[in-house]
Design a binder for this molecule. Structure first.
Ligand code: MG
Length: 176
């Protein structure tokens, strides 16, 4: 396989109908069902995992969103970087561990992960949708702008996918 590691953004990429994690965070506590996984996201993650790729998630979003959308994410992702919220016994936010890996930091996170895995960046794929993904898109060997309204990201990426079916990324990643 040409590519050995796939790294995903969360908000607007694996998570549908959200550009800000805090909107989804809000919806999560209201539990009104307006948000969910991007169509095809589960299929794509499982397919890439079964094909032997290492999987990573690098997001400015919050852990409760990932816990909500992909409850078994520890079995799927080999590396996760996002903002962590911790709760007390009464369910109140007790502490916040903000991720240092947003914006330019996303590219640093990918470089760190690739180094840990001993996989060259040229064999790493990144999939994202917004302004904060431009630097990491430039760092990855294959970058995919997914359903992105951001011209800067579309220009910085190797591939542009229109619409909200994540399965469309697979033919570009699963190359012998
Ligand atoms: Mg995003």
């Amino acid at each position: 396989m040409r590519y050995k590691l796939a790294c995903f953004d969360l908000d607007g990429t694996l998570a549908d109908n959200v550009t800000s994690s805090w909107q989804l965070f809000h919806d999560y506590f209201r539990v009104d069902g307006r948000t969910g996984l991007m169509p095809g996201a589960r299929f794509v993650l499982e397919h890439l995992k079964e094909s032997g790729m290492r999987l990573a998630l690098v997001s400015g979003s919050v852990n409760v969103v990932l816990d909500h959308l992909i409850p078994d994410h520890k079995k799927i992702f080999d590396h996760v970087h996002l903002t962590e919220l911790f709760f007390d016994d009464k369910g109140r936010i007790a502490d916040v561990n903000p991720t240092p890996f947003d914006m330019e930091g996303k590219a640093i996170a990918l470089k760190n992960i690739a180094a840990k895995e001993s996989i060259p960046l040229s064999q790493c794929v990144f999939v994202g949708d917004h302004h904060n993904d431009v630097h990491i898109a430039r760092a990855a060997g294959l970058s995919i702008a997914f359903n992105s309204p951001i011209q800067q990201l579309r220009t910085a990426s190797s591939i542009v996918i229109e619409g909200k079916d994540l399965r469309k990324i697979l033919p570009y990643i699963l190359i012998p």
